[in-house]
Ligand binder design. Structure first.
Ligand SMILES: Cc1cc2nc3c(=O)[nH]c(=O)nc-3n(C[C@H](O)[C@H](O)[C@H](O)COP(=O)(O)OP(=O)(O)OC[C@H]3O[C@@H](n4cnc5c(N)ncnc54)[C@H](O)[C@@H]3O)c2cc1C
Length: 283
């Protein structure tokens, strides 16, 4: 079992991982080997101490260099649920399960809010995870809503399994040129289920399919971690980055504004130190 599992590879998760590595803790870090699309997409960052006028891409490369030099590994996966096993936590990534005494959530925030019906129909025709649920839709028709180019590989995986994919891209520069994929632009408004068919309503059309995949960077924290206290979409934490769940800490954008690198990095550091105190208290 791990001392802690860090979820998220943005500045908050990076800071927590660097600190825990320095403190010699046994942790698993889950997220993306390309870190966070938010780091990459900043044109110029002017308020990060020590790195004046750095671009998002340069910032990402500096972070990656530091992570590699510290020999820290990232497990490339999407966490689909975190469950309290009373003495410790289970973290699910599709069919894989990892266990830890404590958790650090550095999930970021997703600007695209859940649409009507999305949360209610989760697991009943709506999925957040292509690799976990894709096989359920082998040979079927599916709709995929994607908030970022980084999810195209997941959508392509789904297209290999499905009969037909309607791909709704909420970003520019789409590269989904496959025979069974129809790309549509538009903002989804609501999801309904009727006679086992899923209906996604856009501004001027309704798309019917067997399943809907919502591919986005951050799932609502309270959906990901049952029992977690959240307010207005943010995880409620105290000054030690403690959440209402024993052994669960949160850092970065997911805990609230301002959405800034320095705040995320600072909170990631505090969360890592709080984890160490928490682990000591278990002895
Ligand atoms: C265009 C742009 C420009 C910006 N410019 C600035 C600036 O100049 N200065 C500044 O201070 N800030 C800037 N920001 C804000 C800054 O990028 C964020 O505040 C910062 O990235 C927050 O870090 P974070 O670690 O909290 O979250 P994020 O960077 O969003 O990282 C969260 C990570 O968690 C991962 N994740 C989420 N859920 C899961 C899950 N279930 N399983 C696995 N992984 C998961 C995500 O994929 C992501 O990799 C900018 C943001 C944007 C979009």
């Amino acid at each position: 079992m791990f001392d802690t599992i860090i979820i998220g590879t943005g500045p908050a998760g990076i800071s927590a991982a660097l600190t825990l590595k320095q403190l010699n803790k046994n942790f698993l870090w889950i997220g993306s080997k390309s870190l966070s699309y938010k780091i990459n997409s900043a044109e110029k960052i002017r308020n990060y101490p020590g790195l004046p006028s750095i671009s998002g891409t340069e910032m990402k490369n500096v972070f990656l260099k530091q992570i590699n030099e510290m020999e820290i590994e990232i497990l490339e996966a999407q966490v689909t649920g975190v469950y309290d096993l009373s003495t410790h936590y289970a973290v699910l990534c599709g069919n894989d399960q990892y266990e830890a005494k404590s958790i650090i959530l550095g999930l970021g925030v997703e600007s695209v809010k859940p649409i009507e019906g999305e949360i209610e129909l989760l697991g009943q025709g709506v999925s957040y995870c292509a690799t976990c649920d894709g096989f359920l839709y082998k040979g079927k028709d599916i709709t995929v809503v994607s908030t970022s180019k980084e999810f195209e590989h997941e959508a392509k995986y789904l297209a290999e399994l499905a009969n037909k994919v309607t791909y709704i891209a909420l970003y520019k520069d789409i590269d989904m040129n496959l025979n069974n994929v129809t790309v549509i632009k538009g903002m989804p408004k609501k999801i309904e289920k009727e006679n086992k068919k899923m209906k996604l309503t856009l501004a001027d059309s309704v798309i019917e399919s067997d399943g809907i995949f919502m591919l986005k960077a951050a799932i609502s924290p309270a959906v990901l971690v049952p029992g977690l206290e959240a307010a207005e979409g943010h995880i409620v934490v105290d000054r030690q980055q403690k959440t209402n769940l024993k052994g669960v800490f949160a850092a970065g954008d997911c805990t609230g504004r301002p959405y800034q690198y320095t705040k995320a990095v600072g909170e990631g550091n505090v969360a890592a130190h709080s984890v160490v105190n928490y682990l000591n208290s278990l002895k």
